[in-house]
Write a protein that binds this ligand. Structure first.
Ligand code: CMC
Length: 393
């Protein structure tokens, strides 16, 4: 049946052509449409980065205004969606809820499931970027027994997210601009990362012609794992488990021990072998946020910084080029803002929706789009004859 290459875990296979994101893992470079992530994180804002990912260029002032209108137009969800939430257990993990409700959007917005219509493809993109904060915050509100909060279109994307999370009918949330900027920056830093597991999942699901809501739900499922987006939650749990700096060497030894499944969460990356530029921005943001909140003593930050210092001097981590990744510092920022640990990966999903949908659109609009169909190396039994039940032993 011909030859094909065997590349388990796709360590050296390019699955597509893309013009969206460029990574040079050896040099720690990450560019979106050519723009360095450090510049975007400092000077841009998340909606602008969404526009850039989707359209290929930064928007003009007029385009930016129109894009903001396009997004805010879609921030509400169909009222019936709220009854969908009420079917979940109150202690359900918000990623489980997000996965379910995002997939269910295709049953609410039939018009945008027509992937052959470019106008509907764009509306689906706007709907997903706009509704994700609403859906995410509803999962949180449901878990704490508070009423769902409606989005406010006079607020920015990040402000609106904080409002959805923390306002209650009795009292609107007072939005701190430094915290808001931190959330916006985290959204920018997580917006896209070329062919990671979840983006590849979205592409593979979409290659069959599945509708965009179903594809993004598939991406959310893939993101949830601790080796991918679930790492931000796992980092905070690990830092809490370490508890005090004196116990760090014990955990470093465990991470190095091949008989122990424990890994340093928030460390290592398939592509970055020098440093993760996103982690560097986040380390700075982390100090800014704690400073703004007047948190002078955050034991988890002390443990994180000491863990990073010890690991970066350890031969095991040096040899294997293991550095802190984007998930290492984000959790400490989220915790300081008051976001519960179970919501960490949900925030990653909100941001990555921009990259997923941009990549889905790029794939659908590519002239040589084909269904993705990896091959395998069969290592099972050769052909043999069926054995009737009374003759099996
Ligand atoms: N702690 C201890 N050892 C590690 C770690 C770690 N965090 N990461 C990799 N190694 C070791 C691994 O055991 C292997 O050693 P050896 O060559 O002796 O067998 C070597 O480093 C190479 O690791 P690998 O598993 O072959 O590398 P990979 O490219 O398949 O995995 C990774 C990349 C990110 C899944 C992995 O580094 C990891 O599990 N890190 C912890 C989870 C994490 O932080 N994930 C977030 C990734 S960044 C954001 C995102 O994608 O969502």
């Amino acid at each position: 049946t011909g030859y094909f290459t065997y590349d388990p875990a796709f360590t050296s296979t390019a699955s597509c052509e893309s013009q969206i994101t460029y990574i040079d893992g050896d040099k720690g470079v990450l560019l979106h449409r050519g723009y360095p992530i450090e510049q975007l994180a400092t000077d841009s804002d998340f909606p602008e980065v969404c526009y850039l990912l989707l359209h290929g260029e930064l928007p003009s002032a007029e385009e930016k205004e129109q894009f903001t209108r396009d997004i805010t137009y879609h921030t509400m969800v169909h009222e019936q969606v709220s009854t969908f939430y009420r079917g979940f257990r109150r202690d359900a993990h918000p990623m489980a809820i997000l996965c379910g409700v995002t997939g269910a959007l295709s049953s609410f917005y039939h018009d945008s499931t027509d992937i052959t219509d470019p106008v509907q493809r764009m509306i689906a993109s706007h709907r997903l970027i706009a509704k994700m904060p609403t859906l995410a915050a509803m999962a949180y509100k449901y878990s704490v027994g508070q009423p769902f909060v409606y989005p406010r279109n006079d607020l920015s994307y990040a402000q609106n997210f904080l409002h959805l999370m923390f306002s209650v009918p009795a009292e609107p949330y007072t939005i701190n601009p430094v915290l808001c900027r931190a959330i916006d920056r985290i959204f920018i830093l997580h917006a896209d990362h070329e062919q990671n597991a979840s983006s590849s999942t979205v592409r593979l699901a979409g290659s069959s012609g599945a509708n965009p809501f179903a594809c993004i739900a598939a991406g959310i499922a893939s993101l949830w794992g601790p080796a991918h987006g679930g790492a931000n939650e796992a980092v905070l749990k690990m830092l809490t488990q370490i508890g005090r700096p004196e116990r760090i060497p014990e955990f470093i030894e465990r991470a190095k021990n091949k008989d122990d499944p424990f890994r340093l969460m928030g460390f290592g990356h398939r592509v970055y072998k020098n440093f993760d530029p996103r982690a560097q921005v986040l380390r700075k943001t982390c100090h800014e946020v704690l400073g703004e909140l007047g948190i002078t003593n955050e034991p988890l930050l002390d443990i994180a910084m000491e863990l990073e210092r010890i690991a970066l001097e350890d031969e095991y981590f040096i040899e294997r080029k293991l550095y802190p990744n984007v998930d290492f510092y984000s959790g400490i920022i989220f915790k300081a803002i008051g976001i519960p640990v179970s919501m960490f990966t949900v925030l990653f999903a909100i941001a990555r929706t921009a990259g997923w949908i941009a990549q889905w659109k790029e794939m659908i609009e590519s002239p040589d789009m084909k269904i993705g169909r990896p091959r395998q190396l069969y290592t099972g039994r050769p052909q043999r004859d069926y054995v009737p039940l009374d003759r099996r032993n």
